[in-house]
Ligand binder design. Structure first.
Ligand SMILES: [Zn+2]
Length: 96
């Protein structure tokens, strides 16, 4: 599961950064983040843990990778603990 999530995040991390990165995801509390996509569409991403991220966009509801989930992931990690940051660093290979 973790390996699959890494693939999702790595595949969409660049798109998430282009679209504003962590700041594109607005925390709503309780692990939920609102991400505004193209055409002002707003999607809710629920980050239950680093292994369980769900987005309600057309791709996300079919478990397809989307940048909304990646953006929420970036925000989650930015707001989260050092252990999460270490995991992201390991995932990216080159911390910024
Ligand atoms: Zn999405």
């Amino acid at each position: 599961m973790r390996a699959a999530l890494q693939d999702i995040i790595q595949g969409r991390l660049q798109a998430a950064k282009v679209n504003g990165g962590a700041s594109a995801a607005q925390p709503r509390g309780d692990g939920r983040y609102v991400v505004t996509g193209r055409a002002d569409a707003r999607y809710t991403v629920h980050v239950a843990s680093l292994d369980a991220i769900a987005c309600d966009c057309p791709a996300g509801i079919h478990d397809k990778p989307c940048w909304h989930a990646a953006a929420a992931f970036l925000r989650y990690v930015a707001d989260s603990t050092a252990s999460s940051t270490r995991w992201l660093t390991a995932t990216q290979g080159n911390p910024t």
